[in-house]
Every structure is written in C-alpha cells, then in structure tokens.
Design a protein around this ligand. Structure first.
Ligand code: CA
Length: 388
C-alpha cells in the first residue's frame, strides 16, 4: 500500500515537471506496460518439449485391491478416487480412505471384466453426479449414473442406467468414461472380443462395439463418435491442445496408438475410422473388411514381452520436465513407461523408454491440476513426481 502510494506520487511528480517530460514519460511507459502484460511470468511459461529421459520417480500414494483407474472431480473436492476392478471406488483424502461406492454385487470381475472406470460430471461440485462403466453379471457393458450422498459416499440408490451394450465374449470391453473438452461424455468400447473381430463389429456403424461412443447423459443413448477400434482400453484428451489420443490394444502382431486433433475428431469427416479389423496397425488384417479412409497409427509396436498397450496422457505437468509435451504410455505386460513427442498426424519418431517400470500397468490417470498417476493391477497407485 505504501509502495503503491509512493509510486503514484513519483509518477505524478514526474508529470508535473514540464510538458516535454510528460510526453516522453508517457511514450516510454506505455510500451513497457504492454510488453509486461503479454509476457507471462517465468514460472507460467510453457516448458519446452522434454526428451523423455529420466528425471521422474514413482511416489506411491497407496495400495489398493486391483486398481485400474484414478481420477479427481473437476472442482470442489481435492480427494483422489481410485477405481478397483472388483467393484469399489475408494476416495483417498490424505491418510483418510472411504469406500465411496461399492457395486461388487452387480458386476463380473476378472480378466478384462469388472468396474472399469468412473467420470465426474463437469458440474459435479454442484450436481453431485458421476458415471461408472462396468461389466454386469450377464457379461454386458453398462454405463450408469450415480449421485453423491456426501463428500465421502455416493448414494447407491441413485443408480440411473444410461447405456447397456450386449456383449458376446469376456474380453475387449473398453470401459473408459471421460468427459471431453466439449463436456460430452465419451465411452471406449471394444469389438466384443474373442479374436480377430469374429462378428465384424468394428467397421459396422450399426453396432456400438469397436467404437468410441458419445453418451447422451440425459436421454441415455449412445452415438458412434469414432470406429474401427479393437479395444480402446484407455484414451485421453490433451488438456492443452484438446487432441484425442487412443491406445488401441492389438491382435497378435501390433499394438497401436492413435492421435487426432479435436477438430478432426468432431469435424466433417466424423466419425473417424481407425481401421480395425481391415487393418491391425498398418498391416492388412481381415481381407473381407474395407477401411479406405482409415487413419494410420501415430505409433505401433510389436508383441513379444509386450501384450497390450495401456494408453496414457500428453503430460502437461510442468514439474515433469523430461515428459512435458510428450505422450506417455506403457504396456500391461512389459511395464516400461515410454513417451514420444505428441504430434497428431505425424508418425512418432522419438519414442523413448523412461527407465521406470510399473508391473501389470493397468492404467494411467490425470488429476485436475494435471498431475499424472499410474496404477498397477498388483495394488500400488503411483504419482509421477520430479526426481530432482
Ligand atoms: Ca467383450
């Protein structure tokens, strides 16, 4: 207050000298002010794209029962929510843990089935609404809305079914629910399962299997948002650019990662076709399937020690300097974290191992501030922190 007053007095005193001084003071001051307004302070400047090598450590936030997702409400609650495969959602607030929801009696758990994810409504702070996807006792996919009863517990009686998709095999169930930058709810759905797309669902626009689905949270219907997917277990939107990234689990040869801009995803060519099962990665697969407009993957890698891609996030946590601006992903069996410079439409050229393993890497997660988490189906959930 004193300093501000002093500064104001000094400027006033300066302007009082004579006409010429006033003019020169005005012309030199104004451009300086403009420059300061446009240039963000150093700590807000965007870091350069990292090299993907090191500088990261895993900080365990706790041990859970087969965790396969972690997320956080968009506002109003700084707790983390960990999704356990066999039907519980655990709210983690510092050292305190509460079972937020337990629907273990309504699901099939094991293999690729179970409670597969949750998503908070963009207005969760006010509405208390959130959504879950799970495999029901008949093996079908269900997307159900719930409401919060208190900060630490959902109301189990508030269940409202939005979408039920009949499924013919226990594998390839997708299951990630995520609100897009357009505040629409998206669901990843596998091709039904078995192997080789036996029912030829992925290229069939009349089927919701093998798709990214836009879920109408009011009316409870699903619309094809993208197709030609085998099992898009985890996908994400870049919080800075809005780009869509999909880790699509492959058949016997290739795992693939797809990346498109949000305008591509929702533009005149929508719904986009990612090629399965005419293609597995860039290789021709089912000869009776055609996908002339298929979008090739940004990255593909062969099976071996690897078995199933776990799609991640474009890292926007400025503390993780080596990963900033890179798409982070891994493989459920191989466990090594990898990243490459995130550029939709451009084949990945600098895929790099981070030097960190997460055994049974079931998923990544991103909180509201942009911190990145990794879950191991063996129990631990980790925060990725800077190591120096
Ligand atoms: Ca299935």
């Amino acid at each position: 207050m004193t300093l501000l007053l002093f500064a104001a007095l000094a400027v006033a005193a300066c302007g009082d000298d004579d006409d010429e001084t006033t003019t020169s003071a005005t012309t030199t001051t104004e451009p300086t002010t403009t420059t300061q307004a446009e240039e963000p302070p150093p700590e807000r400047r965007e870091p350069p794209v990292g090299d993907g090598q090191g500088g990261v450590r895993l900080a365990e936030i706790g041990d859970f029962d087969q965790p396969l997702y972690v997320t956080q409400p968009p506002s109003g609650d700084e707790a983390l929510f960990v999704v356990e495969q066999c039907g519980r959602i655990i709210r983690v607030d510092g050292d305190r843990r509460d079972t937020f929801l337990d629907i273990s009696g309504q699901i099939t758990c094991g293999g690729e089935q179970g409670l597969l994810s949750m998503a908070f409504a963009p207005d969760y702070e006010r509405s208390g609404q959130f959504y879950v996807n799970y495999t029901d006792t008949a093996g079908d996919s269900r997307t159900v809305g719930y409401e919060r009863a208190s900060d630490s517990a959902a109301d189990p009686n508030s269940a409202r079914e939005l979408l039920r998709i009949e499924d013919f095999a226990s594998n390839h169930n997708g299951g990630l629910l995520l609100f897009g930058p357009d505040e629409e709810l998206y669901l990843g759905m596998g091709d039904g399962g078995g192997g080789g797309d036996p029912e030829r669902t992925a290229q069939d626009l009349n089927s919701l299997l093998g798709k990214l689905i836009r879920v109408d949270v009011e009316g409870g219907s699903g619309q094809v948002a993208a197709y030609g997917l085998r099992n898009p277990w985890r996908f994400s939107f870049d919080r800075k650019t809005r780009d869509l990234w999909i880790g699509d689990v492959g058949q016997d040869s290739l795992e693939e990662i797809n990346g498109v801009t949000f305008d591509q995803f929702t533009g005149r060519d929508a719904p986009l076709n990612f090629g399965w099962s005419a293609f597995e990665g860039t290789q021709r697969f089912n000869s009776d399937q055609e996908a002339p407009n298929a979008i090739p993957p940004i990255l593909e890698y062969p099976l071996g020690n690897a078995c199933a891609v776990t799609g991640g996030y474009v890292v926007r946590d400025p503390e993780l300097r080596s990963l900033y601006g890179r798409y982070l992903y891994g493989d459920f069996c191989e466990g090594e974290l990898h990243s490459f410079t995130a550029e939709p439409g451009t084949e990945a050229r600098d895929d790099t191992a981070l030097g960190i393993q997460v055994p049974s890497l079931s998923s990544f997660g991103e909180d509201t501030a942009g911190h990145i988490y990794a879950t191991s189906l063996e129990g631990p959930v980790y925060l990725l922190s800077a190591s120096n």
